[in-house]
Design a protein around this ligand. Structure first.
Ligand SMILES: CC(C)(COP(=O)(O)OP(=O)(O)OC[C@H]1O[C@@H](n2cnc3c(N)ncnc32)[C@H](O)[C@@H]1OP(=O)(O)O)[C@@H](O)C(=O)NCCC(=O)NCCS
Length: 287
């Protein structure tokens, strides 16, 4: 309605907006808990759209180093869609980031907007999950590889591996995740840390991610070890399709439930061939 449109304005997101933001993600049937919003907001910055005193839209961005950023949690209240609110929020966030490489994971509904703003699809993400993880025999670890719990002393190594895999400087994110993870593992080869993985509470239960590893067999060893304590529980893994982890996840009892688009504006990061890769994201918003 035109009179509603006139009274809508944007402003920076503040902590008091989080319960309303949580309400919007519930309306969109997204699994985020209030704690997940809290963590995402604390690591980045956002804008909200306000109509007649009510928060009716959210969009957030996270800066990871000098010229990399991710965008996410873009939601508009069903009653206010189709009025340009999402476009205005995202434009507000990206306006100061003209030189940045921007990365996001887009739903089908979000894709047209991001295409308009210059984002290009760079492949698919596979969301795998199950309500009750079945029990399975443990996978044998690849030759010469050992797993051990990650400790805060590993943080800078994890940040370097993460940077090699995704091109983003995300030490503050990894520090937050490491301190709140249910389980975090590093993978060593000849005493050198060459991969890592974490399991934490997110959404409906356990989220496994990030997972950074030199190849598929090592990623499988890490994820299988993190799955073992979760028999009978909700487990989710979001993996880039290009990394071919999907078939193993399905065989492990984690069917694919969605394949949103990975979209990038700017030159995409290309990890060195033979270097570590990201086998599971932190989350779709944080990538
Ligand atoms: C995606 C979403 C945020 C769009 O919000 P919105 O405020 O309605 O979007 P806008 O009005 O700013 O529209 C921007 C563009 O998106 C496209 N778009 C929006 N709604 C559309 C629809 N129902 N069908 C097709 N295209 C649509 C159009 O290209 C539109 O541009 P145009 O008006 O010039 O044609 C909203 O639908 C939503 O909250 N969906 C659920 C959560 C979600 O999927 N978020 C995206 C995460 S990546």
């Amino acid at each position: 309605m035109p009179e509603e449109k006139q009274s809508i304005h944007l402003r920076p997101m503040i902590e008091r907006d989080l319960p309303a933001a949580f309400g919007l993600s519930q309306q969109a049937r997204w699994p985020h808990r209030l704690e997940d919003w809290q963590q995402a907001w604390a690591l980045g910055a956002g804008v909200v759209a306000v109509a007649n005193g009510e928060t009716v839209g959210t969009a957030l961005r996270w800066l990871w180093g000098e010229n990399r950023a991710t965008l996410g949690l873009v939601i508009v209240d069903e009653r206010y869609r189709g009025q340009g609110i999402a476009r205005a929020m995202v434009q507000t966030l990206v306006a100061p980031l003209a030189d940045y490489q921007l990365h996001l994971v887009a739903t089908e509904q979000g894709k047209p907007l991001y295409r308009q703003l210059g984002f290009i699809e760079q492949g698919r993400l596979e969301q795998h999950q199950c309500r009750e993880l079945p029990a399975r025999e443990a996978e044998p670890s690849p030759e010469g590889v050992t797993l051990r719990p990650a400790s805060p002393r590993d943080l800078s190594t994890l940040a370097e591996l993460d940077f090699a895999a995704c091109g983003m400087r995300r030490q503050p994110l990894l520090e937050t995740l490491l301190s709140s993870a249910g389980q975090a593992l590093v993978l060593e080869r000849r005493g050198i840390v060459v991969g890592f993985a974490m399991r934490r509470r997110f959404g409906h239960g356990n989220m496994i991610g990030p997972v950074v590893a030199p190849e598929l067999a090592s990623a499988v060893a890490l994820i299988d070890a993190l799955c073992r304590p979760c028999t009978g529980q909700f487990v989710r893994v979001d993996t880039p399709q290009a990394n071919s982890l999907g078939p193993w996840l399905v065989a492990r009892g984690l069917p694919r439930v969605d394949t949103p688009a990975i979209m990038v504006r700017g030159t995409p990061h290309r990890p060195d061939p033979g270097a570590v890769q990201t086998f599971a994201l932190v989350s779709q918003a944080l990538s």
